[in-house]
Design a binder for this molecule. Structure first.
Ligand code: ASP
Length: 432
């Protein structure tokens, strides 16, 4: 019998998880799912997080040193960062156009607004305190925070990806500059470790269908809580807002990316989507670009045929700094909260949103709900009270799952463009 391809098995896991979630709500099996199914999802997330830091460290060191000379590095680096910046700004503009045309904030009744603010005020305050710490430390603190004072300290926390990236690029550059006979053994060592880590990814991926099944089943149970009716009510109150976010995300994936791919690459968008589908499912199930990174890299190399020399540089960087989905979400949510509070936004405010949403999506860690914390900075920039977060916190998780899909899709689009301009494709078996 022919083996079912992994991406189909992951897809089946996802569907079964959703069915399990719904059935457990209907038959009141929530506690069973939480006790006996959810842990398998947590194990899967832990496995993915476990390899995130070693993968970023080793693949960037080996990726940068593979570029062999500084001029190639600065060319590819410049191209990658510019593309990341341009796509992020496009994403924010898409979000702003959608939210200003639909005006979801005007659909939220005053009573619902008060009810939500009161109910989620505590959660919102926690996020605000986190973000306040970020803000109080002066305008250049964001840059200071990129430079670690102890690399082992940075590697001990998945939220410090930017610091790990900084160290890896520095190490890779120094490796290119080191005398050849001394540098080669070090490079071989990192290339070898890179191979080993990719094998670990392969092993973990065999477990992915089970992991995705458990994660989604448990997520649905958690979301519905003790009173699924209330969850539905919440959804309908915030429905127009959620639709605005989803519509903007869909516009990015179904219109903007295909256009960009068509203009700058020879890859058919249908083929592209098929190739990165496993990564998209993983992003949806884990809500974390960092946890999805190993799969994004595997899809880009094996299914799209992009050379490792490109993926190992572009994708680890993108997982952390390029978040088109998060920036769309920041734009829509900031304007939504302003509308709900009856706060008129000027053109200058909208420009401030473009600027701050770009910066905060770069600064957001590639983990679940990171975008909520940095959203406080965008709200602050346009003079809207950060307590407004209380309005949307309850339905953030499903939106986070969807924006993470866009985050990793954007990374793969940029990797495809860089590969096209750098002759960065190898021959591959077509994906089926
Ligand atoms: N969950 C997102 C990611 O990891 C970040 C966010 O928007 O919260 O890509």
């Amino acid at each position: 019998m022919k083996k079912i391809p992994l991406h189909i098995r992951i897809f089946i896991g996802m569907l079964l998880g959703i069915i399990l979630g719904i059935l457990s709500i209907v038959f009141h099996l929530g506690p069973f799912v939480t006790d006996w199914i959810k842990p398998f999802g947590t194990i899967f997330i832990n496995l993915l997080k476990l390899i995130a830091i070693p993968l970023i460290l080793v693949s960037l060191i080996s990726g940068v040193s593979n570029l062999k000379d500084m001029s190639k590095l600065s060319r590819i680096g410049g191209k990658t960062l510019s593309l990341y910046l341009i796509t992020t700004v496009i994403a924010i503009v898409v979000g702003l156009i959608a939210v200003n045309s639909i005006k979801p904030g005007n659909f939220l009744s005053k009573e619902k607004q008060m009810e939500l603010s009161a109910k989620y005020a505590n959660d919102a305050n926690l996020r605000v305190t986190d973000a306040q710490k970020l803000k109080e430390s002066g305008p250049l603190q964001v840059i200071v925070d990129i430079v670690p004072d102890n690399i082992f300290g940075s590697m001990s926390n998945n939220r410090n990806m930017l610091q790990v990236i900084f160290f890896s690029i520095l190490f890779g550059i120094a490796l290119i500059m080191a005398p050849e006979q001394k540098g080669i053994p070090v490079k071989n060592f990192f290339d070898g470790v890179n191979e080993v880590i990719l094998k670990i990814v392969d092993i973990v991926m065999h477990y992915a269908p089970v992991g995705v099944f458990a994660l989604l089943g448990a997520l649905i149970v958690d979301f519905a809580g003790d009173d699924p009716k209330q969850a539905l009510e919440l959804f309908s109150a915030l429905g127009i807002y959620a639709i605005t976010v989803l519509l903007s995300l869909a516009l990015m994936v179904l219109v903007i990316y295909p256009l960009i791919m068509r203009m700058f690459t020879h890859i058919k968008y249908k083929q592209f989507t098929k190739a990165i589908l496993p990564a998209q499912i993983m992003a949806f199930s884990t809500s974390s670009s960092a946890a999805t990174l190993p799969v994004t890299m595997e899809c880009a190399e094996k299914n799209l045929g992009i050379k490792e020399e490109i993926t190992s540089f572009v994708l680890p960087l993108g997982a952390t700094v390029n978040m088109d989905g998060t920036s769309i979400h920041q734009a829509v949510t900031a304007v939504f909260i302003a509308q709900a509070f009856g706060h008129d936004l000027t053109i200058v405010d909208q420009l401030m949103i473009i600027l701050t949403a770009t910066l905060s999506s770069i600064g957001a860690a590639a983990v679940p709900s990171a975008g909520l914390i940095t959203l406080v900075i965008v709200l602050g920039a346009i003079g809207v009270s950060p307590e407004g977060l209380a309005l949307i916190i309850a339905i953030d998780r499903p939106l986070d799952m969807c924006r993470t899909i866009v985050n990793i899709t954007g990374d793969a689009v940029v990797a495809s463009i860089v590969a096209t301009t750098e002759n960065g494709f190898q021959k591959i078996e077509p994906v089926n």
